[in-house]
Design a protein around this ligand. Structure first.
Ligand SMILES: *[C@@H]1O[C@H](CO)[C@@H](O)[C@H](O)[C@H]1NC(C)=O
Ligand SMILES: *[C@@H]1O[C@H](CO)[C@@H](O)[C@H](O)[C@H]1NC(C)=O
Ligand SMILES: *[C@@H]1O[C@H](CO)[C@@H](O)[C@H](O)[C@H]1NC(C)=O
Ligand SMILES: *[C@@H]1O[C@H](CO)[C@@H](O)[C@H](O)[C@H]1NC(C)=O
Ligand SMILES: *[C@@H]1O[C@H](CO)[C@@H](O)[C@H](O)[C@H]1NC(C)=O
Ligand SMILES: *[C@@H]1O[C@H](CO)[C@@H](O)[C@H](O)[C@H]1NC(C)=O
Ligand SMILES: *[C@@H]1O[C@H](CO)[C@@H](O)[C@H](O)[C@H]1NC(C)=O
Length: 832
């Protein structure tokens, strides 16, 4: 019993520690239904509970699934004498009863349940040492094609029984790319995306994998593991696009007609078609065996090929693999007759064309496939209307459709138009087409004058330009209103100056002889004229103009007294403006057509600068000329015939005067607006501009500036800015509040140069905001202004108006305003 007590104590402690029951758990108590949890694999001889017997009970009895492991002592101590094994029995259902001294049952049997808790005492094991499987190339990645399966007797509800599968090795492995993957929970082996793409039985028909399985979810370092080898055969993919299909168009067989077939690698796939081109018509279908049908006759002339896709899907509608492309070509049959190019085809042929000449090419059309026998056409002329002058005037080349003149040249007079019927035939059909041949006139007739001589006409030489003096007429027998019958009249003799012209009436071909330039008795008194009538189109070979195409005419011009004629309408001369009086500047000449003497005179000599010699026409100056007054002097010269009717005519004389440097420079404007603020803070400056009335070079004026007086140099300094502008600067700041008139010498760039001394007024004044104020009475530098101000000031005082200051604004550029305003002001503001 000592031993027993020790054991009890130890075992209760163990039980407490290992079951983890709460501290409220009792280790002894009355007999009542109870459940105990005990880890498997625990030490043997462990106490589970101490039942207390109620009198008259003196003993306990244990029945049920004791498996010889559970025992109860007579004092009620329940224990197990061997380690438990969950895998043998996970739950032991026991019954405990109390017995009295006679062995009769007092209480119970009471159910006592022992749950055996799992420990990881079993390793996982693959069900097979070796697995074999196969996969189609291009199978959908991730869809398992085989499973490996391992078992672990440990409780699957605990990590001890949770297995994790892994592929350890793939052989062969190229470029470190895994073609296979395994679902770590189910052991399902499938292709990776790479595997789906790359696997190819012709390159490598089989692979070996080593797959491991671990329990404890693979997460525990104490997990057990097992491994197995998996051999996989790669099978060819039969999900392949079939060869392109050819379907003969316009088929009369009953539809649908099977044209090709596709097949998924395994049975059970669902097939469907998708029209890639989204055409108006999609005459194809597929059945659930993968057979593809055409559902109606096709028409190549409407659409000569089709491309569409077939897809295989699983029950869930997911693609089993990529869709396959189906190509259908529609094969031609000769089901279209040839068609004429138009209702009537017209060819034109000239009258004189030679036998064998090409007239044109007749091309009919056939809808059937080009470059096949179905669209090869043959041409034949079957009728010619009229058959005059004979039959068979034309032929057509059988295959090219080239029309040719066959029998003889045509004459429009015979027949202007032929109607031909042309038969166009392909293999099976014949079509009749209409062809018209138009015979075209050619220029084989020359114009013929109605008479060869138009007689004599006498005209005064002053007959107005534009007058029609004669009508001539020739006729041409070629087709009217063509270039072959139109007539152009040319004057080939008797009018070398081109004074006459002939206009043709387009309707009648009448020629109107018109004066184009004034007639001139003095130049040509008698014109012996020859007219030539011609066509704009050249004549055909062998036909030439002859004398019937020309006519003669004599024009006699009579004299009329005419005014003198100047040799030029405008005379131009140039002279320097500095020329001496009496210098010859030019001459004019006129001639009288009747050779009378001429007297010259001037008109419009406004400045009285010129005179003209009445006999010679020589023009000279009679006063100094001035370019600055008039750079181009325009006068008129009059030539009057002496005797006769004293007719006169007039011409212009333009005298250009070239410049001489005869003007000294001057200030460009009245620079009274120049001012400097008083008192000067630092030295200041003003800018002024010079100008010159002489003609300036292309570069503009080139003035030089200097102070006129040497002793001014202590106060002022002049510096040139450019050809026209200069700067006047102060040399110190001690100036009075008044106007300084600074004498400045300006010299121009002429040859020889001229110069002038100008007085530049510079005002020193009080400044406010850039404006200049001159108090009244401080105008010593501007006496006229000062006097005016004085008078006004007195006036204002008399009428009792007291003005403190009046501001009048002066713009620097408005010198005139400045002076006028100053007369009405007490103080003078200048604004910069
Ligand atoms: C693995 O084998 C066990 C025991 O044979 C079985 O119950 C289970 O369904 C199998 N699992 C698979 C995925 O085949
Ligand atoms: C098992 O696979 C799943 C899904 O593929 C993954 O999320 C999980 O991390 C994997 N478990 C282990 C332990 O690798
Ligand atoms: C089919 O052929 C017949 C003659 O063989 C033709 O008359 C018919 O127009 C054709 N149909 C089509 C659509 O081309
Ligand atoms: C040719 O046909 C046209 C109509 O197509 C007709 O007007 C003409 O008179 C015909 N010419 C001859 C010579 O028959
Ligand atoms: C000119 O030629 C035409 C025919 O082209 C002919 O009728 C006429 O007689 C010829 N005239 C002369 C003068 O030879
Ligand atoms: C008249 O001027 C022309 C140039 O315009 C000159 O050739 C001719 O000699 C001059 N005649 C006389 C007489 O001065
Ligand atoms: C000369 O200088 C003045 C002042 O700088 C300027 O206004 C003017 O345009 C200049 N003239 C030329 C031709 O550069």
């Amino acid at each position: 019993t000592m031993m027993q007590a020790q054991l009890n104590c130890l075992c209760l402690l163990m039980l407490y520690l290992t079951t983890g029951y709460s501290q409220e758990r009792k280790f002894s108590g009355p007999l009542e239904p109870m459940t105990f949890s005990i880890f498997e694999g625990q030490e043997a001889s462990q106490v589970i509970f101490q039942f207390k017997a109620k009198p008259p009970a003196v003993n306990f009895k244990l029945t049920g699934e004791t498996d010889g492991i559970f025992q109860i002592q007579s004092d009620g101590l329940l224990y197990h004498n061997k380690a438990l094994d969950r895998e043998t029995r996970a739950v032991h259902r026991l019954q405990v009863s109390t017995l009295d001294a006679q062995g009769a049952t007092v209480e119970g049997p009471v159910p006592i349940t022992i749950e055996v808790k799992d420990i990881n005492d079993n390793r996982p094991m693959f069900l097979q040492q070796k697995y074999e499987g196969s996969v189609r190339q291009n199978s959908r990645p991730g869809k398992p094609f085989m499973y490996v399966n391992a078992t672990d007797p440990d409780d699957p509800a605990t990590p001890n029984g949770q297995l994790l599968y892994e592929i350890v090795i793939q052989l062969p492995m190229i470029n470190n790319i895994m073609y296979f993957q395994i679902n770590n929970k189910t052991g399902g082996i499938s292709l990776t995306v790479d595997g789906s793409r790359e696997l190819d039985p012709s390159k490598n028909p089989s692979y070996s994998l080593v797959v491991s399985v671990k329990d404890m979810g693979g997460q525990n370092e104490n997990s057990f593991s097992d491994s197995t080898s998996v051999d996989i055969i790669v099978k060819e993919n039969i999900w392949k696009a079939p060869e392109p299909v050819e379907i003969v168009e316009n088929s009369t067989d009953p539809h649908p007609i099977k044209i090709t077939q596709v097949q998924w690698n395994e049975p059970g796939a669902r097939y469907s078609l998708t029209d890639k081109e989204k055409g108006p018509k999609f005459p194809f279908s597929i059945d659930q065996d993968g057979s593809i049908y055409v559902t109606q006759p096709l028409d190549r002339e409407e659409k000569d090929s089709y491309v569409f896709y077939t897809t295989a899907t699983d029950e869930g509608g997911r693609w089993l693999s990529v869709p396959l492309e189906i190509r259908v070509k529609v094969k031609d049959i000769n089901d279209n007759p040839p068609t004429c190019p138009s209702a009537v085809t017209v060819f034109e042929v000239q009258e004189n064309e030679n036998i064998g000449s090409n007239i044109g090419t007749f091309i009919a059309h056939d809808e059937d496939e080009e470059n096949t026998v179905n669209s090869v056409l043959e041409y034949r002329i079957v009728d010619q209307i009229p058959k005059f002058p004979k039959e068979g005037l034309f032929l057509v080349q059988t295959y090219s459709g080239v029309f040719q003149l066959a029998a003889q040249s045509l004459k429009k007079q015979d027949t202007p138009q032929y109607n031909l019927t042309v038969e166009v035939a392909d293999k099976d059909f014949k079509t009749l087409c209409d062809v018209q041949i138009h015979v075209i006139d050619i220029n084989d007739q020359i114009p013929i004058f109605e008479k060869s001589d138009y007689g004599i006409l006498t005209l005064a030489e002053d007959t107005a330009v534009g007058s029609t003096i004669l009508t001539i007429q020739a006729t041409d027998a070629d087709e009217p209103f063509t270039g072959s019958s139109k007539i152009l009249y040319r004057i080939t003799q008797g009018d070398s100056d081109g004074r006459l012209g002939v206009d043709t009436d387009p309707q009648t071909n009448a020629g109107y002889v018109i004066i184009k330039k004034p007639l001139d008795f003095e130049a040509t008194a008698i014109h012996d004229i020859v007219f030539q009538a011609e066509n704009p189109e050249p004549l055909v070979y062998g036909v030439n103009y002859n004398t019937s195409s020309s006519a003669t005419f004599k024009l006699i011009v009579t004299d009329v007294n005419e005014a003198p004629v100047f040799s030029q309408r405008i005379y131009q001369a140039k002279v320097s403006e500095g020329v001496a009086v009496g210098t010859k500047v030019g001459n004019v000449t006129a001639r009288d057509p009747e050779n009378l003497d001429i007297s010259y005179s001037l008109r419009d000599d406004r400045r009285g600068w010129l005179k003209i010699d009445p006999v010679t026409g020589q023009i000279s100056t009679r006063a100094p000329v001035d370019r600055e007054a008039e750079s181009m002097y325009v006068v008129h010269v009059v030539a009057t015939e002496i005797g006769g009717s004293y007719l006169s005519s007039i011409a212009s004389f333009h005298l250009t005067l070239s410049d001489v440097n005869d003007n000294p420079p001057r200030l460009a404007k009245d620079d009274a607006g120049l001012f400097l603020c008083h008192p000067l803070q630092t030295t200041g400056s003003v800018i002024f501009e010079a100008t010159d009335d002489d003609q300036q070079s292309f570069l503009g004026p080139q003035f030089t500036f200097s102070l006129d007086s040497e002793f001014l140099q202590n106060n002022w300094e002049v510096s040139k800015i450019n050809g026209t502008h200069a700067k006047l600067s102060t040399k110190h700041t001690h100036f009075e509040e008044r106007v300084y008139n600074v004498p400045i010498r300006i010299k121009d760039g002429g040859r020889p140069p001229l110069e002038r001394v100008v007085s530049l007024p510079v005002t020193f004044c009080k400044c406010v905001d850039g404006s200049c104020f001159l108090p009244a009475g401080h105008h010593s530098g501007m006496p006229t202004v000062g006097m005016a101000v004085g008078i006004l000031l007195t006036t204002f005082l008399v009428i009792g108006i007291i003005l403190a200051v009046v501001f009048i604004r002066i713009k620097k550029n408005g010198g005139k305003d400045n002076v006028e305003s100053a007369q009405a002001s007490e103080a003078q503001p200048l604004k910069n």
